[in-house]
Design a protein around this ligand. Structure first.
Ligand SMILES: Cc1ncc(C[n+]2csc(CCOP(=O)(O)OP(=O)(O)O)c2C)c(N)n1
Ligand SMILES: [Mg+2]
Length: 177
């Protein structure tokens, strides 16, 4: 698969992306487009925490609240790391809940490794759609979850596993099922 998806080259890819920070703007655009065309669908956007270091995310956050995008639901994969190191060192995001709230968003936190919890939080945020506030689920996760030597080494972000490492990773993931 490509590292950066290209529209039309893979099924289900609706936009050419790869430059971090664009997805939330795209989500706002989908909501506004729906409004113009008389549709009423929800839009979900998955954000990275390192991605939130990009200024465009905060322009989109501001506009989503301004345009009352109540059906826009973001999920933030808060794994505390980006490509080059810990978020807290590269560009600290805390206080993160307060930041999103101050931008006019409804914020809940979840255990990002627990699908029951994520589903419960999705149901919770749907209830506040009529207020017009966009919502975000801050999902606490571990980068590389389930593969011990990847969990402890963020430099795997941009490195392929060697064949023996891939084998070990498969074993660990299978054992946890
Ligand atoms: C605008 C831009 N800057 C830099 C990069 C290079 N880059 C790719 S992934 C990444 C880190 C992303 O971190 P995060 O959003 O936390 O993703 P995750 O931890 O889920 O891998 C960076 C800096 C990029 N793709 N786009
Ligand atoms: Mg991250």
């Amino acid at each position: 698969m490509q590292g950066h998806p290209i529209q039309g080259a893979m099924p289900g890819v609706e936009a050419t992306t790869g430059s971090l920070g664009q997805g939330l703007s795209l989500g706002v655009g989908h909501i506004l487009g729906a409004r113009l065309n008389g549709f009423d669908y929800r839009v979900y956007v998955l954000l990275g925490d390192g991605e939130c270091e990009a200024g465009q995310v905060w322009e989109a956050a501001m506009s989503a609240a301004h345009f009352r995008c109540g059906k826009l639901h973001a999920i933030l994969d808060y794994n505390k790391y980006q490509e080059t190191g810990p978020i807290a060192r590269e560009m600290a995001l805390e206080p993160l809940v307060e930041k999103w709230k101050s931008f006019g968003w409804y914020v809940v936190e979840a255990n990002g490794h627990n699908l029951e919890d994520i589903l419960a939080k999705i149901r919770q945020v749907q209830l506040i759609e009529p207020t017009g506030a966009p919502s975000i689920i801050i999902a606490h996760t571990v980068k590389g979850k389930g593969v011990s030597f990847v969990e402890s080494d963020y430099t795997f972000h941009g490195r392929a596993l060697k064949p023996e490492q891939a084998e070990k990773a498969r074993e660990e993931l299978d054992a946890a099922r």
